[in-house]
Ligand binder design. Sequence first.
Ligand code: SF4
Length: 253
Amino acid sequence: MDNKTDAQGGYILQLQNFSVNDGDGIRTTIFMAGCPLRCAWCANPEGFTLKNPMTHYVTVEVVVKKIKKQMIFYRNSGGGITFSGGEATFQPDFLRSMVNRMYDMGLHLAIETCGYFSFEEVYDILQKMDLIFMDMKHMDSHQHLTWTQKENTLILENIQKVSTLGIPMVLRIPTIVGVNASMEHMKSVFEWMESTVPHAKLEFLPYHRFGEYKYEQLRLKLPQTSFETPDDALIKAFTQLAQQYGIEVVSYR
Ligand code: SF4
């Protein structure tokens, strides 16, 4: 078995067929391993590193073979492939190789990214996407550092750069009471969006605890439990506020 990540192959958490949460139609989501962030609420901690008991190495050929078997579902539903993670851009050569193959197959391609990458390094990959999801976790860089172990400067820059590609973009806010789910914070996000990326759509991803069992399996420290899920009324209030800024709120969930 190969043990490196390059244009021939790399590490994934899983390849999930019949996924309907990360783009239009029926999709296959490829959850790629490795992530530069360490979000305190992360539901996929098996994506932190390339190699751990919950990841495995796969070649591009094997992935393409599996994708080919699903073609009828993509065609009939207007679906396609979504690259997710972990962080989808963490293994750029592996990602590029898969994207080039699937682009040539005429598939609808989407990517979900935390935005922490070298734009110049992945520019050619992003250009081939039909839809780009980018996370927006906190407008305050110090808070961002506290909660994710990285500042937000590079991420905000990249959101801006990606918006110039003219590809449909959805900013996703993992919405967590105790971190970023306040009217004051959302107002700062929407003001920034209105002035910087006015064509981006917005999606709220309410915090959940579904991934906690994985921390035990990986013998990692459990995430902070004081986080809370925002209720429907709060999400509705954020949605109404976003609409006042002319932002379209969408839901793929
Ligand atoms: S960016 Fe996503 S995968 Fe990476 S640590 Fe944060 S929540 Fe987890």
